[in-house]
Write a protein that binds this ligand. Structure first.
Ligand code: NAP
Ligand code: MG
Length: 401
């Protein structure tokens, strides 16, 4: 069979440790035999980031802006231990942070659903995609530990010197203070990314804040979403048969627990941090969770939601067998290839992505899986595969489809 041809390269961001090992296996076994793979390759492995003074990360982000679609392997975010382990010149920033800042994107995380790995919440039949705003609020706060009695005020000084001043509290004794902010621009980017992603995936969009209590701050989020929706998306949503609605965050949480799934839940930064961990652990496993960064201009970067699986890598280095789950990394590849196919009008590429995902899911549903899933599955007669064999089993299934 002739391999599927591509016209535009994918931006390929290689990474670290166990996921770097899986990366190569996936390409060799599952992609290159079927696709004449065109990529612009960037090695974001920590050694190479260090050699290039992290320039390679910025270059890969700029290439993503140029071509529109990237696929990224998990990477190490350096800490003190990594400084010595890799003899680093500097404690380089998180590549994900750099890429997110460059693309001004919103991260969407969705679980991969298979029979036999049931969510703890029985009525969740379809995936719940969580969209987290990635700028501001408590993540860029200024705090004061109030030492004693005194007056706290919120002051804004405009460029022309005029002031807006609000009393926060008159302290009779010690306490605490926090200043947070966001910008209309960032909120609008977040809103557009959510509306576009909902249209893209044909799913309803839910958004929630606490605007009844926070009448200016949270209300501003609600208003920006509604204004953009009314001006640019209402008709498109109606045409696509999907819905946008706003509700209070506590109401949203209650509704999510009773829902069937199959929608996007957009969250402010803190809500998204907390709720994405709740939703992902209730769906079973981080290794079954995909993640895509979408910019307001429609640039996409696909990756797995988990890290580099360091513990398994050290076992691998010692020659021990590993059983590391490659599903989320495979779905990062299929997500990117499908999007490339869609943008370039190559239906074979989109069909290939669908078929590889189907093969992956069917392999697990037939009882062949990695150890992390074997521990939580409701299936009987399970075969635990090592990292390499699991990928080979997926290829076997693929060949039968
Ligand atoms: P991790 O790589 O997500 O792994 C934590 C644990 O979760 C593993 O030890 C393993 O549990 C389990 N696990 C995660 N993914 C798995 C998979 N695919 N298959 C099977 N089990 C899996 O987190 P970490 O070990 O805390 O972090 C390692 C490095 O990843 C850090 O340097 C961190 O900076 C980086 N990181 C990168 C990203 C990213 O690039 N997006 C995200 C998060 C973390 P058991 O050991 O019990 O089997
Ligand atoms: Mg968190």
């Amino acid at each position: 069979m002739a391999k599927i041809q591509m016209t535009t390269p994918l931006v390929e961001m290689d990474g670290d440790e166990m996921t770097r090992i899986l990366w190569k296996m996936i390409k060799d076994e599952l992609i290159c035999p079927y696709v004449d793979l065109k990529t612009e390759y960037y090695d974001l492995g920590l050694e190479h980031r260090n050699e290039t003074d992290d320039k390679v990360t910025m270059d890969s982000a700029l290439a993503t802006q140029k071509y529109g679609v990237a696929v990224k392997c998990a990477t190490i975010t350096p800490n003190a231990a990594r400084m010595t382990e890799y003899n680093l010149k500097e404690m380089w920033k998180s590549p994900n942070g750099t890429i997110r800042a460059t693309l001004d994107g919103t991260v969407f995380r969705a679980p991969i659903i298979v029979k036999g790995i049931e969510p703890c919440v029985r009525n969740w039949e379809k995936p719940i995609t969580l969209a987290r705003h990635a700028y501001g609020d408590v993540y860029k706060n200024t705090e004061i530990k109030v030492p004693g009695a005194g007056k706290a005020e919120l002051v804004f000084t405009a460029e022309d010197g005029t002031e807006i001043r609000e009393l926060i509290h008159t302290f009779k004794d010690g306490g605490i203070l926090q200043g947070i902010h966001n910008t209309d621009k960032s909120i609008a980017s977040f809103a557009k990314a959510c509306f576009n992603y909902a249209l893209d995936t044909k799913q309803d969009l839910w958004f929630a804040t606490k605007d009844t209590i926070s009448k200016k701050y949270d209300h501003n989020f609600k208003d920006i979403f509604q204004d953009i929706y009314d001006a640019e998306y209402k008709e498109k949503f109606e045409a696509a048969g999907i819905e946008y609605f706003y509700t209070l965050i506590d109401d949203a949480v209650a509704r999510v627990m009773k829902a069937k799934g199959g929608f996007i839940w957009a969250c402010k930064n803190y809500d998204g941090d907390v709720m994405s961990d709740m939703v992902s652990s209730a769906f079973g496993s981080l290794a079954m969770m995909t993640s895509v960064l979408v910019s307001p201009t429609g640039v996409y970067e696909y990756e797995a939601a988990h890290g580099t699986v360091q513990r398994h890598y050290y076992k691998h280095l010692e020659g021990e067998e590993t059983s590391t789950n490659s599903v989320a990394t495979i779905f990062a590849w299929t997500g990117a290839l499908r999007k490339r196919g869609e943008l370039d009008g190559i239906s074979e590429l989109m069909e290939f992505a669908d078929k590889l995902e189907k093969a992956t899911v069917e392999t697990i549903e037939s009882g062949r899986m990695t150890k992390d899933l074997a521990l939580i599955t409701s299936l009987k007669d399970v075969t635990i595969c090592n990292s390499q064999d699991f990928i080979k089993e997926i290829r076997k299934t693929y060949e039968t489809l």
